[in-house]
Design a protein around this ligand. Structure first.
Ligand SMILES: *[C@@H]1O[C@H](CO)[C@@H](O)[C@H](O)[C@H]1NC(C)=O
Ligand SMILES: *[C@@H]1O[C@H](CO)[C@@H](O)[C@H](O)[C@H]1NC(C)=O
Ligand SMILES: *[C@@H]1O[C@H](CO)[C@@H](O)[C@H](O)[C@H]1NC(C)=O
Ligand SMILES: CC(=O)N[C@H]1CO[C@H](CO)[C@@H](O)[C@@H]1O
Length: 499
């Protein structure tokens, strides 16, 4: 009898506990939903402030270089189908070039288990063609063809943001119709475009013992046209007449060593430098970083490109890599895919300072050098933009908000942001630096995109420069639909907002 009563009491208690926990869960999810809705309406209101007055002429933008066709497939499905018996025991991320299937599988596994984006060259053309033909025979519903290449993707985004656009690229008759006809082209018609094989995976996708911690992609290519930046000269000529407000240089990560004879790559990069230095000072030059693994190429960028640009765009991995190259002359591999804001901001300051110091040390020798005035870093969870105070870059806060919304819309593949499809990654507040006593900023209804000004000290003489920094939270999509090319959309939408 007592035992029974006791049981009844226990049952009652568990029912009550379950009930309370359900209500508590519901309360928590309502709170989260409310917070998301508040942030979303804040971001949308800031984005709305960007409407250009009807009479203002469209900004003119020019972009180089190259174009390709992207063949996108489900990574785990593809590997299961063709390589289910060859799951590698060891993984490695250090390979810049993969020569055979084993190297490809080891390299893929490394980035997959780190959830890091990667772009690699397949040196064996026969094997590359074979992989493309494997991909083509997969279920027709499971493969997708897109226009690819950083330059065309950014060009389309600028066009969608209302800019007038000139693109420097060679393209085939098949690819040209995928580009809006209003976009002007400086380049030739070619018989075949380069193909990029994009292996996409979602957070939680598994391959053998490996699990992806986040959605990302592994890109494999074997380019014949893009590495040579064949359209540079034509773009340089067209620029003389076009005179854009913004010139964007991208796609240089395609310049893999193995495609060039000695000295050839420098000669091509010298053409890029010529193009950048021949722009009048009221044209802003932007360089879009990418996944660079070869130290020598990064050092050549440091010589031929970085000194001549006003602005840089990149993701968190590219930021770490660039910071290491500038500070220590070495590259670093995939790191934390969700770095703390404080950490990212410190790295941005370090890169900014390195470039300012280099400018200060050398500009006497070369009046065409430019002083860096903008860095945009995009991560899965937030957008951070640093600009020199009172520079030509307008609307830094709105640019960060715009970039954050673009990131969400792109990855969820939806123009409408649905608060229920969103994951909150950021806390309510963050430290502006990892140094002790750094001020904290709140992200909330009152300030969905916190911005502040601070002084950056640089050089032996401890010069000071005032900068503005804005951080916008990304409403992370629960179910990523598409990640390849997100960076191009995000960077271009941020830039378009600042002209
Ligand atoms: C949602 O959050 C806002 C701002 O924090 C607050 O004013 C409002 O009362 C909240 N609404 C609900 C239903 O909790
Ligand atoms: C390239 O790959 C093909 C197909 O896998 C193979 O038959 C060929 O031997 C490879 N060539 C080289 C140089 O490794
Ligand atoms: C790929 O396919 C597998 C199995 O069909 C699925 O579980 C996974 O989520 C898919 N990944 C992507 C990126 O679509
Ligand atoms: C969400 C979003 O803005 N996506 C766009 C990214 O850019 C491509 C073109 O390069 C557009 O087609 C997408 O709509």
């Amino acid at each position: 009898m007592t035992a029974l009563r006791y049981m009844g009491w226990v049952t009652g208690c568990s029912v009550l506990t379950a009930f309370v926990s359900i209500i508590w869960q519901a309360f928590l999810s309502l709170q989260t939903l409310n917070r998301t809705t508040v942030l979303l309406s804040g971001l949308l209101a800031i984005e709305g402030s960007l409407k250009r007055p009807a009479l203002e002429p469209a900004p003119k933008v020019a972009i180089g270089y190259g174009a390709c066709t992207d063949l996108q497939i489900n990574a785990t499905e593809f590997l299961e189908r063709y390589y289910s018996r060859r799951i590698p025991a060891a993984t490695t991320g250090s390979r810049e070039i993969v020569n055979n299937e084993d190297e490809l599988l080891q390299s893929f596994a490394y980035y997959f288990q780190n959830g890091a984006a990667a772009e690699r060259v397949m040196a064996n053309t026969t094997l590359f063609k074979q992989l493309v033909s494997y991909a083509k025979v997969m279920d027709k519903n499971r493969i997708q063809w897109y226009m690819g290449g950083n330059a065309p993707l950014m060009a389309v985004r600028f066009f969608m943001e209302g800019a007038e656009v000139l693109l420097g690229a060679h393209m085939s008759k098949k690819l040209r119709p995928l580009l809006p006809k209003e976009i002007r082209l400086a380049g030739d018609e070619i018989p075949n475009d380069d193909i990029h094989l994009i292996l996409e995976y979602k957070a939680g996708d598994t391959w053998g013992p490996y699990v992806a911690p986040r959605a990302n992609r592994y890109i494999l290519h074997n380019d014949r046209n893009n590495p040579h930046l064949r359209a540079v000269e034509q773009l340089t000529d067209a620029l003389k007449i076009y005179q854009p407000q913004l010139l964007v240089v991208s796609g240089l990560q395609m310049m893999d060593m193995f495609t060039f004879n000695p000295g050839e790559r420098e000669a091509r990069l010298l053409q890029v430098k010529r193009q950048l230095t021949s722009q009048p000072s009221d044209t802003l030059n932007h360089f879009e970083m990418a996944s660079y693994v070869e130290l020598q190429l990064l050092q050549q960028l440091q010589q031929f490109v970085l000194p001549y640009v006003d602005s840089l765009g990149m993701n968190e991995q590219e930021l770490s890599n660039l910071q290491q190259v500038l500070a220590y002359g070495r590259t670093t591999l995939a790191t934390d895919w969700n770095p703390r804001i404080a950490h990212t901001l410190d790295q941005m300051r370090q890169v900014f300072i390195s470039l300012l110091e280099d400018y200060g040390d050398r500009s006497g020798n070369d009046p065409r050098r430019r002083r860096i005035s903008r860095i945009h870093v995009h991560t899965l969870a937030y957008q951070a933009i640093l600009t020199t105070a009172d520079s030509k870059w307008k609307n830094t806060r709105a640019a960060a908000a715009k970039a954050a919304l673009t990131a969400h819309r792109y990855v969820c593949k939806s123009q409408f942001v649905n608060p229920e499809a969103v994951l909150q990654v950021l806390d309510d507040s963050f430290a502006t630096s990892a140094q002790t006593n750094a001020p904290r900023m709140r992200i909330g209804a009152a300030s969905p995109v916190p911005c502040w000004r601070e002084y950056i000290e640089y050089g032996r003489k401890q010069q000071r420069l005032e900068v503005e920094i804005c951080v916008a939270p990304v409403l992370v999509c629960r179910e990523a639909r598409k990640t390849a090319g997100a960076g191009d959309n995000i960077s271009a939408s941020g830039l378009a907002a600042q002209l």
